[in-house]
Design a protein around this ligand. Structure first.
Ligand SMILES: [Zn+2]
Length: 274
């Protein structure tokens, strides 16, 4: 065979060897690198360790069936029950605002979009009654050399998720019931800072890595009232916030679509641009 024919035959052989990509190829590190996206799960799993408000019904998973059926196939199914407000969840505006949106009415625009993160963990981890201040918000803007961008989803990192699910460290108490409410100690957003955000910036949603957007010792839940009255939903009991940057990432936060619901468990994910 002449050299040019050998080369030609080789090219045909190489060409025939090309196969369409398998699903394994698509999941390979090369494929995820080329998409230049990194996904961070900001949700706690639901289990019998899930932390609820001290007066709320806790998560319950009941086995309906698990095992080999008499027809020879395997089958598993459970029932679950839960309060709306526990674990990683959303507060729909109606939670603290009579005419606010119910969870099924929250526009997707408030749940999916550009996000920023404000890290106050250096202060909050030293003070379980810490309230995030207007100054903390302004300091973020100075450090990042931008205003909080219009339509942002704001995540507040207190560092408290590292205590989850230890109730004493995370909530301030492992007691339950009405009398335990006054024993709650964890950081939150001050009502002044909530008001400042509404008056001076345009935000689509807010989230925090503690059980509530108001701090544990709050009696009137003013930050809830201020934000939810403006149809700004709140995401609570978030985790992994230390893995997201201060800006230039997206949030996808999809709650179960309960008609008329005041809140519901939430799967929330950060999408990072590498
Ligand atoms: Zn809630």
């Amino acid at each position: 065979m002449k050299p040019i024919l050998i080369l030609f035959s080789l090219l045909i052989l190489i060409g025939c060897n090309k196969k369409p990509p398998t699903s394994q190829d698509l999941n390979s590190p090369v494929a995820s690198q080329s998409s230049k996206k990194q996904l961070i799960d900001l949700s706690h799993a639901f289990s019998d360790e899930t932390i609820y408000w001290v007066t709320a019904k806790e998560f319950d998973l009941d086995t309906v069936f698990q095992g080999e059926t008499d027809k020879g196939y395997y089958y598993a199914a459970n029932n679950f029950s839960t309060a709306e407000h526990g674990g990683t969840h959303i507060d729909a505006p109606i939670h603290f605002s009579k005419n606010g949106q119910t969870v099924d009415e929250i526009p997707l625009d408030n749940l999916i979009g550009e996000a920023i993160k404000i890290d106050v963990s250096a202060k909050a981890l030293n003070n379980p009654d810490y309230q995030i201040s207007i100054e903390d918000l302004i300091n973020w803007e100075k450090k990042e050399h931008i205003q909080i961008p219009k339509g942002s989803i704001i995540l507040l990192q207190t560092g408290f998720s590292k205590y989850y699910p230890d109730k004493v460290k995370y909530l301030g108490t492992d007691k339950r019931g009405e009398d335990a409410v006054k024993l709650l100690h964890f950081p939150g957003l001050s009502s002044e800072a909530a008001e400042w955000l509404i008056q001076n910036r345009n935000i689509h949603a807010i989230g925090i890595d503690t059980p509530s957007i108001d701090y544990g010792q709050s009696q009137y839940f003013k930050s809830h009232v201020i934000l939810l009255s403006q149809n700004i939903p709140a995401f609570e009991n978030l985790t992994n916030l230390e893995q997201v940057p201060a800006k230039e990432f997206k949030i996808i936060a999809l709650p179960m679509k309960i008609k008329g619901g005041s809140g519901t468990p939430l799967r929330i994910v950060a999408v990072l641009n590498n």
